[in-house]
Design a protein around this ligand. Structure first.
Ligand code: FDP
Length: 330
């Protein structure tokens, strides 16, 4: 927390980014903060405008697109396609990666994002979020190619999320710790509220969708049993079904969020490139860890932009324990 000082995200970015990153990366993060304000404003009005419900499209995941998903995706593209900072984008909502139109200068960064994660919760007024990751282009001379988009999380330059909850928060890391900003709705500014966030050493929560329990492997059931019977500390269960919100709560209070595979979903549900890897980057920067059950999510080389992956993420020892249980099945 800060010392009663009022520090805007703009000032924080300008003052804390290393010199090499004070140009395009800082401007890109600031543009994402602006996008967050636009999406937050529309989210707040969702019950009043005709933006609840479905948009009559099905996205690449085979899910019906909700109008607010489409709106959020459109805002991010329109804010970023012409700035000369990016050479490519990947969105959960679009089947193919997004090239920068030839009429605009291309930049040297790649933006991957899920414009509205947890969107099945929109209609019921429950917290949702935006997740993003930023990479350097593999080859800055080229105009942007698929291989610029398919990079392992270990190569992320920055990552973060925006939580549209009781307040709107932007949490990001550019590799020098995790910092959180809360949107002051009166001023329309993101103000530094959580500097240097760390996952508490003593966790509080575990977060899994137990409706899938009958489909889990024996090893997975044993892991959950281990979590349920921990004495020190005793954990309690919380699951919103909105990954950004579940992750954020566990970042603040400590714990583990997971979405494992089962025979119906052999690769789980969470997308590696624009959900799992950015949140694993944040977790690691906050002293935690993200794994697919056998290796760090950050070490996985994506082979497809919409690839799914099993996820365990949170306090390192809780995630390593998941790996220990899961390794018994291999
Ligand atoms: P949603 O489908 O609502 O976008 O990755 C997508 C996600 O939400 C996560 O945010 C969330 O953790 C998970 O799916 C919830 O899935 P279940 O309902 O199967 O638990």
């Amino acid at each position: 927390m800060t010392n009663n000082q009022i520090i805007t995200i703009e000032r924080f970015l300008l003052e804390t980014q290393p010199d090499y990153a004070r140009g395009d990366l800082t401007a890109l993060l600031y543009d994402l903060a602006l996008g967050a304000k636009i999406i937050a404003a529309q989210t707040r009005r969702a019950g009043l405008l005709d933006i609840l419900g479905f948009a009559d499209n099905v996205n690449v995941q085979g899910e019906e697109q909700r109008k607010l998903d489409v709106f959020a995706d459109d805002v991010i593209v329109r804010l970023n396609d012409h700035t000369g900072r990016l050479c490519a984008m990947v969105s959960e909502e679009r089947e193919d990666w997004i090239p920068i139109p030839a009429k605009y200068t291309k930049g040297s960064y790649v933006l991957v994002y899920d414009p509205l994660d947890g969107s099945s919760n929109i209609d019921t007024n429950i917290s949702i979020g935006t997740i993003f990751g930023i990479y350097h282009a593999v080859d800055e001379q080229q105009r942007g190619r698929l291989e610029d988009c398919l990079q392992p999380g270990r190569d992320l330059v920055a990552a973060g999320y925006i939580l549209y909850g009781t307040s709107t928060m932007l949490v990001y890391s550019a590799g020098q710790g995790v910092h959180g900003f809360t949107l002051d709705p009166a001023w329309g500014e993101f103000l530094l509220s959580h500097e240097g966030m760390r996952i508490p050493e003593t966790p509080t929560y575990f977060s899994f969708n137990h409706a899938a329990a009958s489909h889990w492997s024996e090893e997975m059931k044993q892991y959950i049993d281990w979590l349920q019977h921990l004495d020190e500390p005793v954990l309690t269960q919380r699951y919103i079904g909105s990954m950004v919100a579940d992750f954020h709560r566990n970042l603040i209070y400590g714990g583990v969020f997971g979405y494992p595979s089962d025979p119906r979903k052999p690769d789980g549900k969470i997308r590696l490139l624009y959900e799992a890897a950015p949140l694993a980057f944040i977790a690691e920067q906050a002293g935690g860890y993200g794994s697919d059950g056998s290796q760090s999510l950050l070490d996985m080389q994506p082979t497809h932009i919409h690839q799914r992956v099993p996820v365990f993420i949170g306090n390192r020892y809780l995630v390593e324990k998941a790996e220990a249980f899961m390794s018994a099945s291999s």
